[in-house]
Design a protein around this ligand. Structure first.
Ligand code: IPM
Ligand code: MG
Length: 366
């Protein structure tokens, strides 16, 4: 592939965000050096740090930097310190504004078990051995996260509501991504909703079936979200691609990540109609371990690999990062979150911190 120049907006954020991003940038630099690309980084304040500096979680001028870049790489936002700020100023609002501002409606969250970490899964071995390799395609800029939020007091009683609203257009575009994603994999799509209770889910189910005839090669099934939560731990091997609305996807993707061993390993991509995306690990800012060099940077490192692949079309470059991560795990290196539980298994493992992890993976890029 010919050498390219790419502008990347970098959001370090709060908690462990800066540590995991620093390691990831070293790895991107290594890729740039090896393949002759130039990556230039622009710092963007978002989350708690932006509240402290600018009085709001994502000032417009910061969002503009993201929009003018070729893609956005994000660590994590939020923390105890900002828990009591008013709802519309919370660090998480910055994240929602970023996703909406970038038009990133399609969030892709893979749940795949690394063979080296199979024993870290809390599921029984016979369930894990059947295979865990599925993707959650989560709608990201609609539904209850973005519907009207209201708090009011009527006759001395406090009320609050959050509106879960979807248009058929919003449902259609994300479900098409679900079908397209399944088409490139094992051609099985499970649409997850709560159509036994919610009107928004009944519309969802109707729309997904209306467009299904455009994808005759993909097998479509429906599942209620509560059942899905159960099936993910009962028999995750049944899933290939799950497509679902924003909040269901938020909850199910945490569950799905956990059965693969650690939430610290899972990357994500969020894309709209173009090639610009937001790439972030699915874990949070983990304030309890922030600044202690304990975090696992792999979720972010793999998010950068997704950015290279999906936004920049750099397939070999992405593969070389993924291979380096695999070699690192093969060599027995483990951050605290993926350390095996038994002494027996721990014998073959080497405990490392965040910075050593990043350095080892950078060195393994061949
Ligand atoms: C995620 C996070 C966010 C979400 C929070 C931090 C707003 O949990 O990316 O899954 O709910 O989308
Ligand atoms: Mg979440």
């Amino acid at each position: 592939m010919k050498a390219m120049n790419k502008k990347i907006a970098v959001i370090r954020g709060d908690g462990i965000g800066p540590e995991i991003i620093n390691q990831t940038l070293n790895i991107l630099d290594k890729i740039a050096e090896k393949y002759g690309h130039v990556f230039s980084y622009s710092d963007v304040d978002m989350g708690g740090i932006a509240i402290d500096r600018w009085g709001e979680p994502l000032p417009d001028k910061m969002l503009d930097i993201c929009k003018e870049s070729d893609s956005v790489l994000l660590g994590a936002v939020g923390g105890e310190k900002w828990n009591s700020v008013p709802g519309h100023l919370r660090p998480e609002k910055g994240l929602l504004k970023l996703r909406a501002g970038m038009g990133a409606y399609s969030n892709n969250r893979p749940a795949k078990i690394w063979p080296q970490l199979a024993s870290a899964s809390p599921l029984r071995k016979e369930i894990v051995d059947k295979g865990i390799d599925f993707i959650i395609v989560r709608e990201l800029i609609g539904g209850v996260y973005f519907g009207e939020h209201r708090s009011e007091t009527v006759n001395g009683t406090r009320y609050a509501s959050d509106l879960m609203i979807y248009s058929e257009k919003e449902i259609e575009r994300i479900c098409r991504i679900g079908f397209e994603t399944a088409r490139k994999r094992r051609k099985t799509l499970c649409s997850v909703e709560k159509s036994n209770v919610l009107d928004s889910s009944r519309l969802w189910k109707k729309v997904v079936h209306e467009i299904a005839s455009d994808y005759p090669d993909v097998m479509l099934s429906d599942m209620l979200v509560d059942n899905c939560a159960m099936q993910i731990v009962k028999d995750p091997s049944q899933f290939d691609v799950i497509v679902t609305e924003n909040m269901f996807g938020d909850i199910l993707s945490d569950e799905a990540s956990m059965i693969t061993g650690s939430i610290g390993m899972i990357p994500s991509s969020s894309l709209g109609d173009g090639t610009k995306g937001v790439y972030e690990p699915i874990h949070g800012s983990a304030p309890d371990i922030a600044g202690r060099d304990l975090a696992n940077p792999i979720g972010t490192i793999l998010s950068a690999a997704m950015m290279l692949k999906y936004s920049f079309g750099m397939i070999d470059e992405a593969d070389s990062i993924e291979n380096a991560v695999s070699d690192y795990l093969d060599a027995g290196y483990r951050t605290a979150d993926i350390m095996p539980r038994t002494d027996e298994e721990r014998k073959n493992c080497i405990f490392v911190g965040c910075s050593e992890c990043g350095k080892l993976i950078a060195d393994l890029i061949k």
